[in-house]
Unconditional design. Structure first.
Length: 232
């Protein structure tokens, strides 16, 4: 804590619990900062050249995700983006969010993954190219589906623009559950000629826990980065 923060402590709304409290640089109260857990260590999906998540999706973070997706809490996007660290050696050219189908976008009014992508891109000094991916089929909610059904549900649901050819693309999403959605996006980008496809998510579930969020106290959050050899 800096001298200024010690003399003039911040008292604002905590990003996770919503209470007014003394907060740290991430706008987290002491309780929530202590409950924010590192992301689970999981293998990088074969469809990706690298994957990183900012924190674990669990009881401490589930409420904030729900508020952002369904409660119009767009202000949470910079916070979720701040959790993400993008490895410099990925050398990505552009960010693209996992797209919503036009029906869901119309109903919700915004794509939460796009908001996170723009906040992250501002920090990285890179462009966001939403036009690289389109969700051509309305796949509906995947919340109640297991891993196999999720994979089947999103297979072929995305189309990528020829503009992806030759680019190292960074996919951005809010939460990784099984990885089925981002893998379907990656398949579309590779079919369009992308030279590399990486993915970051603000939060990640353990692949063994495709169910209800579980809390696991921890004193800090740290990014998980898993890369695999290139396809050359």
């Amino acid at each position: 804590m800096s001298l200024i923060e010690w003399v003039f402590p911040s008292r604002v709304t905590c990003m996770l619990c919503g209470r007014e409290a003394l907060t740290d640089a991430r706008c987290l109260c002491a309780d929530c900062a202590g409950r924010l857990s590192p992301p689970p260590e999981e293998p990088c999906p074969a469809a990706l050249d690298g994957f990183a998540a900012g924190a674990r999706f669990d009881a401490a973070t589930a409420g904030a995700v729900h508020r952002m997706k369904y409660g119009d809490a767009r202000y949470l996007a910079p916070f979720f983006a701040s959790l993400i660290e993008v490895p410099a050696d990925w050398r990505v050219d552009a960010l693209t969010p996992v797209p919503l189908h036009k029906n869901k976008l119309r109903a919700r009014g915004y794509n939460q993954s796009a908001l996170i992508a723009y906040a992250l891109a501002k920090r990285l000094g890179l462009p966001v190219e939403e036009e690289l991916l389109v969700r051509a089929r309305d796949t509906g909610s995947q919340t109640a589906l297991d891993a196999a059904l999720r994979t089947r549900n999103v297979a072929g649901a995305f189309l990528a623009s020829p503009a992806a050819a030759g680019k190292r693309v960074l996919l951005v999403d809010d939460v990784r559950t099984t990885g089925a959605t981002v893998c379907a996006c990656a398949a579309a980008l590779r079919a369009a000629g992308a030279s590399g496809v990486y993915c970051v998510t603000a939060l990640a579930r353990g692949l063994e826990a495709g169910a209800a969020p579980r809390g696991r106290p921890d004193s800090r959050a740290a990014p998980t980065q898993i890369s695999r050899p290139t396809h050359e």
